[in-house]
Unconditional design. Structure first.
Length: 274
């Protein structure tokens, strides 16, 4: 990556500002607006009130058939700014990168049921055949270019996955030592994307920001901030965390930190989901 691909810095999720500006921002960032702007696919999103939502995607990453032909069929929409089309291309390219890989074959062999093993291996073989033409096309096949494009176009799913799919984003741990600048840029982009997704109502982004503050990879560890994001996520979606799990995070904080986290969580929730 080069500096020209860096995402613009997103505004932190917090309250404040004039009421009219807040109303306008909320209207533009509502669940329905994200769908109409092709930044969110309603087939995989669960609305949680007017603004908040959670994403759940199951099943195959792409339709069956020639993967390259599928990507070509979505290329025009992607080039016209449809971020969901760009994300679909990323998923297809990712599926082809994974098809027949040693890790995938090993996972198939570890399945307890022999019929499940055989089914998984057959699926891997089929997908590898469907991907043969795409894998020969070095312009279309790299998943990372499509993931970054989709995220910069505003795909909420892409913004979430960019922070998680380090292999696509900068080559993973194998490339981290050789290209530390790419890792720095990935961290900056990840924080920006997650903040943007959270401000638009993504509960998944709230959870991801909580984890980021817990593990200290893309931001410095901050248990108080982590707990605040977890509280905000649970307020938007009660099933996001159990009371027992939240209690564990709470018990790591002093009473003063707990109160600060509660206040911060209220501001996060008002900024993203109310």
């Amino acid at each position: 990556m080069n500096s020209s691909t860096r995402a613009p810095q997103a505004e932190n999720v917090q309250g404040g500002g004039s009421s009219s500006a807040t109303t306008d921002r909320h209207a533009l960032s509502s669940y329905s607006a994200l769908i109409s702007q092709k930044k969110l696919d309603p087939k995989f999103a669960q609305p949680l009130g007017t603004r908040a939502f959670a994403i759940s995607r199951n099943g195959e990453f792409r339709p069956r058939g020639d993967a390259r032909e599928f990507i070509l069929s979505r290329l025009g929409a992607s080039d016209s700014g449809d971020s969901t089309a760009s994300y679909e291309i990323y998923l297809a390219a990712l599926d082809c990168r994974n098809a027949g890989s040693p890790g995938e074959l090993q996972s198939a062999r570890l399945l307890a049921n022999q019929s499940d093993q055989q089914s998984a291996l057959r699926s891997s073989e089929r997908r590898l055949q469907e991907c043969s033409s795409l894998l020969k096309d070095s312009n279309l096949s790299p998943p990372g270019k499509w993931l970054l494009k989709a995220a910069m176009q505003g795909s909420v799913e892409a913004m979430l996955l960019y922070a998680a799919d380090t292999e696509s984003a900068f080559g993973g741990s194998a490339s981290a030592i050789q290209n530390p600048e790419a890792v720095i840029e990935w961290k900056q982009n990840s924080v920006s994307f997650l903040n943007t997704a959270a401000s638009q109502g993504s509960v998944d982004a709230l959870v991801a920001l909580g984890r980021a503050n817990t593990n200290g990879i893309i931001v410095e560890k901050n248990p108080t901030e982590a707990y605040a994001y977890y509280l905000a996520a649970k307020k938007a979606m009660p099933s996001a965390f159990s009371d027992k799990l939240l209690g564990r995070y709470k018990n790591e904080l002093s009473p003063t930190q707990q109160q600060a986290a509660i206040s911060r969580a209220d501001a996060i929730y008002k900024g993203c989901c109310q």
